[in-house]
Design a protein around this ligand. Structure first.
Ligand code: ADP
Ligand code: UDP
Length: 237
């Protein structure tokens, strides 16, 4: 398998075409961005940590029968993945209130959400990723009825598997974002990444933030916290 050319350079990852038309290489860079790219910094080892973290989580999800893009960890910063036709929506589940939910609805950070909430956001930086609903997905052709229900079922399944995994490591999975795509056979498959860049994780006892909020809020020790999370769930980094 050979890297052929750059397909897309995002805020945190670069996507490369390979000589196999069904596979892509994701390169995880040290770039860390927040507030729609307004705040950007290079954090030492972040690319490596997120690449290995993502591969580990995707393997755990595969073991739980969740279809993912995972193929192979190639090196410190790169992974081979299935090429997907990405659906331009973000699927968010929240187990506790935080972030934009608190700003939008005036709820207190940390309130438990029972049952957890599910939200769709449109992947569009220029529009600041607005919240959308299922009707918007259908009317604008972003996803079909069956894709919507499949994404919801899979996101709740991911929540179940990962809430348990992080709980064993003494953490609360507060919320997270997933992106899905369609493979060559038309199946819905989990793509992009699951790393502390795209979820919130708090220490169960102290409620210390161990995720990208450390970067958003200037709390320091960002990559150190990601490494601590990895170590607590059995991935030595
Ligand atoms: P952004 O586009 O938000 O700046 P990234 O820097 O993470 O984000 O860029 C990665 C891009 O690659 C995203 O647009 C994502 O949708 C896309 N992508 C992720 N996984 C796959 C995949 N398996 N197949 C095709 N595209 C993917
Ligand atoms: N999220 C993400 N990418 C986005 C928007 C959100 O990974 O473009 C993640 C975010 O890290 C959090 C969850 O989705 O774990 C919910 O984010 P929220 O809506 O609270 O937005 P934010 O606090 O980033 O404004």
């Amino acid at each position: 398998m050979q890297k052929v050319s750059e397909l897309y350079r995002g805020k945190a990852k670069t996507v490369f075409v390979t000589d196999d038309p069904s596979k892509l290489i994701l390169e995880f860079r040290n770039d860390t961005s927040a507030f729609d790219g307004e705040k950007i910094e290079q954090l030492d080892r972040k690319g490596e940590v997120n690449n290995k973290f993502n591969h580990y989580i995707m393997q755990k999800l595969e073991q739980a029968d969740i279809p993912t893009q995972v193929e192979e960890l190639l090196n410190d910063n790169e992974s081979l993945v299935k090429k997907l036709d990405m659906i331009p929506v973000e699927c968010v589940i929240r187990n506790y209130a935080a972030g934009s939910l608190c700003r939008r609805l005036g709820v207190e950070e940390g309130s438990e959400l029972n049952p957890p909430t599910f939200e769709f956001f449109l992947k569009n930086d220029a529009l600041h990723d607005p919240m959308i609903n299922e009707s918007h997905c259908l009317s604008f052709g972003w996803a079909t009825e069956s894709q919507i229900s499949e994404m919801k079922v899979l996101t709740f399944k991911v929540n179940q598997v990962l809430s348990q995994l992080f709980s064993k490591g003494g953490m609360l999975l507060v919320d997270f974002k997933l992106e899905f795509g369609v493979d060559a056979q038309g199946n819905i498959v989990l793509g992009d990444e699951f790393t502390p860049d795209g979820c919130r994780l708090w220490d169960k006892e102290t409620k210390k933030k161990l995720d990208k909020d450390r970067f958003r809020q200037g709390l320091g020790s960002v990559v150190e916290s990601y490494i601590e999370v990895a170590n607590r769930i059995g991935l030595a980094l």
